[in-house]
Write a protein that binds this ligand. Sequence first.
Ligand code: NDP
Length: 216
Amino acid sequence: MEVSFVGKRALVTGAGKGIGRHTALALARRGAKVTAVTRTQADLDSLLQECASITPVCVDLADWGATAAALQAVGPVDLLVNNAGCASLQPLLEVTPDQFDQSFNVNVRAVLHVSQIVARGMKARGSGGSIVNVSSQASQCALRDHAVYCATKGALDMLTRVMALELGPLQIRVNSVNPTVVMTDMGRLAWSDPHKSNTMLARIPLGRFAGETREA
Ligand code: NDP
C-alpha cells in the first residue's frame, strides 16, 4: 500500500544526506509539500535539482538563535521529522567537552527546539499533527566508542516520551524510530571495518545493514 501525503506540509531536518534526504524525497514524491533543513548549501542545491518542489532552509541546528530565525518564515507544518544527527566516535576516556556539547546540541537540544517551534504552530491552529524523532538502537545498546552518541539517543528516547505525553492532548502524535545500522555517511564511518561490523551483522537476521544490497 502506498501512503499518500497529498495536502500535507512536512519539515525534515538533516535532509541533505542519508536518511533525511531519502525521507524528504519520499515525502515529496508522495505529494507532501516538503521543507528541507540542513547546514550544507551544496546538499540543498543538489536536492532541489532532484526535486524542485522542495523548499530549502540552510541553518546549523546546533545554533539556537540561527535556528529560530531560519524557521520563523516557515509556514504551517503538519509532519515534522527530527532526523538531523551527528556521531563523533571516541573512547570514553578521550571524550572532550566540545564533542559532548556538539552532539547534545544537535541530537537532543535541536530536536526540542525545532519541535517547540513546530508544535506551537500546531497548537495555535488547533490542527494536530505528527512528529517523528529519528533515534537509534544505540539508545538501548552499549556500543564501544559511542558513549556520547548512545547517551544522546537515550536522552532523545525519553524526550520523545515526554513530548508524546504533553503533546498528545493537542492531537500531536510523537514517535521515535530506532534503526540499526544504515549505510549512509554516518553508518560507513562507524561500521565499515569488518572487525567491528561482523559482530553487529551476526545479530541481524537479514545478514546485512539497511541500505546495503543483497548479494545474489
Ligand atoms: P548522515 O550523516 O548521512 O546525514 C546527516 C544529515 O544531518 C546531513 O545532511 C547533515 O548535514 C545533517 N546535520 C548534521 N548536523 C547538523 C546540524 N548541526 N545542522 C543541520 N543539519 C545537520 O546521517 P544518517 O542519515 O545516517 O543519520 C540520520 C539520523 O539517523 C541521525 O539522527 C542518526 O543518528 C540516525 N541513525 C543513523 C543510523 C546509521 O547507521 N546511519 C542508525 C540509527 C540512527 P552535514 O552533512 O552538512 O553535516
